[in-house]
Structures are given as structure tokens and as C-alpha cells.
Design a protein around this ligand. Structure first.
Ligand SMILES: *Cc1c(COP(=O)(O)O)cnc(C)c1O
Length: 387
């Protein structure tokens, strides 16, 4: 057995020299699955060297399936994070007075690693997630990892868990970076220490509908974000307040909620965890971001693809009436991809939209997927190979 400190030195060293996860495993360097910050290093039997983890790849939904490693680093009294390390995936210790637990000082991100038909492992625009985390950290009074550190950490996490990246076409490894105020505070204020952590889970489709069109409910009672609030950043404080509207809509058979702006209560904003687009007479529109809408990486990518395909794209205010008269509606997000909306219900009225292969959303989605899979040349430098 080797000391904990030597263990992490070895881990970091092996990462620097481009080691593989199996080298990590053979370094006899494991922490327990619980509370890695306190547990002594214990020797575990190495994980199998199989190319794939033992998972039923055909039945992946969007639920947590813990993987082998997570990445963790801290920042206290300064602006820069320590060099991070991979440790066994497991519980973390927090002070009961941690800023994140008491005042919700926290952010999350979401990106995916894919396996291509040729075996290459890829990430899609992780630098965009890094930039968004920086903006969120600024808003939430936290230091943030540099773009380089963020992207490297995502790469390391994906690579160390590569046996959990599904076979081509079966899904992806969802990578979840977290930034949180982990130090203790009692009076309201920024926590004295922050933790940057990344874990991962293999996932399939986000909605239980699979690839079937979504049925959205427009809620005119609950709002997701307010002017001057933090709807434009991925702070954890934006998500539990929508659970009420979301569970109510789901219990009535809807897939998700489409929220309205909180000032006029008449313009659409977005769905609980994805952006929204409408198509009318071949013109594509999406609500303009102005601090109440999360600027999705997928949203931005789909706008670029649509412009490349010669569509007119408008980022503007979209009143509910226009949505009810649209030809097509679709949602975008890392977790959902590009999801067609089959119907929207508002104040008891249900309208249905065009769906199927001839849809604009399908055309854009197939280009987006084609770039990810490598079938379409990546002219924009969106793909980052990790192996
Ligand atoms: C994460 C998220 C999105 C989608 O962002 P992507 O970068 O495309 O994954 C959209 N809306 C909300 C509220 C989100 O949390």
C-alpha cells in the first residue's frame, strides 16, 4: 500500500504522461467509494480491463449510473484552483454550513462524450461550457477554473471513464461539471472555499418519450426566471423552483413545461432544461437571450447550422399567439439533442405541429448529429478528440 499523497502524485504524474485508465488502475492507487477526502487509500481489485462496462446499452435512459472516476479540485483564498486529480467516484464531505447547502451557491454544466464508429472518443464544444461556467461563476461570486483547466478536466474524466462511453449510436457519456461554494458560511456571503468537481454517467434519451415528439404545457402561473435574476446562468438555484410546475405537468401526461416571461406573461422563454425554436413559413425563430434564458451550446450550434443551410434565423421576442400558429416547434439541449414538439397546450387549447422526416428540425438535427458522428466534416472546430 502507498500513501495517499504518493497516490495522487502518481495519478497526476500518470495523467501528465498521458496514461490510460488501465494504467491508473494498475497503479494500485484507489480510494474508497465513500468520502474520498477522509478515507485512507485502500487497495481494491482492479476494474476489469474490458473495453466496455457491464451495462445494458440498449436500455439507457437518463438516469444516474455511477462510473469509476470523478475529478476534483478546490480553490480557497485566491482566484486559482489547485491542480485537480481523479479519484474514485464516491461521496464527498461537506460542512453542514457549506455555502452551497445553505444558500445555493452552485453551478452545473453538462456536456457529452461520444464514441464514433471508428472507435474515436469525442467531445462536442466543451470550451463553450467552460466559458459559460466562467460567466456563471462571476454571477454567483465564485472563482472559476480557467478554460484550459476545465477542458482538460472534462477530457480526463471522460478518458478515465471511457469503458462507460456507450457503443456508437447507443447513447453517450453525460459529463456533469459542478462548481460550488464548499466552505462554511453562516451569515449570507460567498463561501471561503469552492470545489470544482466532475462526474459522469452513461445516458440514452432524456425524455421517456424517446425520440417521439414532445407534448409541452405552457404554464401561466409559475415562471422559471425573472428580469435581473440568474436565469441566464446554469445556477442550481434555477432548477428546484421549477419542480412544482414540472411534476404537475408530467402528472397530467405532458413531457415538460414551456415557460413564459414573468413581466408580460405572454412571451415564451424556454423549457425546464432546454431551449425552444419555432418555424413559420421556413423562417426559424428562437427567443432572444436577455438574462432570463439559458444560452444553450446546442441552441447556438443549431442557429449556426440553420444559417449555413440558408435559413433566415431570428432571435427575438415570441408571443404565445405566434407559437400557437407556428408550423413546427422544437427544443434543443445537450441532454435532449434536438427534440421535435408534437403539441403545445395553453389555457386549455391544444395545437399540433408538423413532425417527421420532412421537418426543418430533422434536417438541422441530422447535420448536428452528422458532425458529431464524423459523417459531416467538422469545419468549425467543434469536435475535440480525447484519445
Ligand atoms: C442546460 C440548459 C439548456 C441547454 O443548454 P445546452 O448548452 O444546449 O445543453 C437550456 N435551458 C436550460 C434551462 C438549461 O439548463
Amino acid at each position: 500500500m502507498i500513501s495517499r499523497r504518493a497516490c495522487f502524485r502518481n495519478l497526476i504524474q500518470s495523467l501528465r504522461t498521458g496514461s490510460t485508465a488501465s494504467k491508473l488502475r494498475s497503479s494500485n492507487c484507489y480510494t474508497s467509494r465513500t468520502a474520498p477526502s477522509l478515507q485512507p487509500v485502500v487497495e481494491l481489485s482492479p476494474d476489469s480491463d474490458d473495453e466496455y462496462a457491464d451495462v445494458d446499452w440498449d436500455n439507457l435512459g437518463f438516469s444516474l449510473r455511477p462510473t469509476d472516476y470523478m475529478y476534483i479540485t478546490k480553490c480557497s483564498g485566491g482566484d486559482s484552483f489547485e491542480e485537480g486529480h481523479l479519484s474514485r467516484y464516491g461521496n464527498i464531505e461537506l460542512s453542514p454550513s457549506a455555502g452551497v447547502l445553505n444558500y445555493g451557491q452552485g453551478l452545473f454544466e453538462g456536456t457529452k462524450a461520444y464514441r464514433r464508429e471508428n472507435g474515436r472518443l469525442c467531445l462536442f464544444r466543451p470550451d463553450q461550457n467552460a466559458i459559460r461556467m466562467q460567466a456563471g461563476a462571476e454571477r454567483m461570486c465564485m472563482p472559476s477554473p480557467s478554460i484550459h483547466q476545465f477542458v482538460e478536466a472534462v477530457k480526463q474524466t471522460a478518458f478515465a471513464n471511457k469503458r462507460w462511453i456507450p457503443p456508437p449510436g447507443k447513447g453517450s457519456l453525460y459529463i456533469r461539471p459542478l462548481l460550488m461554494g464548499s466552505g462554511p458560511v453562516l451569515g449570507l456571503g460567498p463561501a471561503p472555499e469552492c470545489t470544482f468537481l466532475i462526474y459522469a454517467s452513461p445516458v440514452g434519451n432524456y425524455f421517456k418519450e424517446g425520440l417521439a415528439p414532445l407534448n409541452l404545457f405552457i404554464d401561466d402561473e409559475y415562471h422559471r426566471a425573472t428580469r435581473g435574476g440568474a436565469g441566464g446562468v446554469k445556477t442550481i438555484t434555477n432548477y428546484s423552483p421549477v419542480l412544482k410546475a414540472l411534476t404537475r405537468a408530467k402528472s397530467r401526461g405532458f413531457s415538460d413545461v414551456l415557460y413564459l416571461d414573468s413581466v408580460y406573461k405572454k412571451n415564451i422563454e424556454e423549457v425546464s432544461s432546454c431551449n425552444v425554436f419555432i418555424v413559420k413559413d421556413n423562417v426559424i425563430s428562437t427567443p432572444a437571450t436577455g438574462g432570463t434564458i439559458l444560452e444553450g451550446v446546442t441552441r447556438k450550434s443549431i442557429v449556426d447550422i440553420a444559417l449555413d443551410h440558408g435559413y433566415q434565423v431570428k432571435e427575438q421576442c415570441i408571443p404565445v399567439e405566434e407559437v400557437m400558429e407556428a408550423d413546427e416547434v422544437f427544443c434543443t439541449g445537450t441532454a435532449v439533442g434536438v427534440a421535435a414538439v408534437g403539441s403545445i397546450t395553453y389555457q386549455g387549447k391544444r395545437v399540433e405541429y408538423k413532425m417527421g422526416d420532412q421537418c426543418v428540425s430533422q434536417e438541422l438535427f441530422s447535420t448536428y448529429m452528422g458532425i458529431q458522428k464524423g459523417d459531416i466534416e467538422d469545419k468549425k472546430g467543434w469536435i475535440l478528440e480525447i484519445d
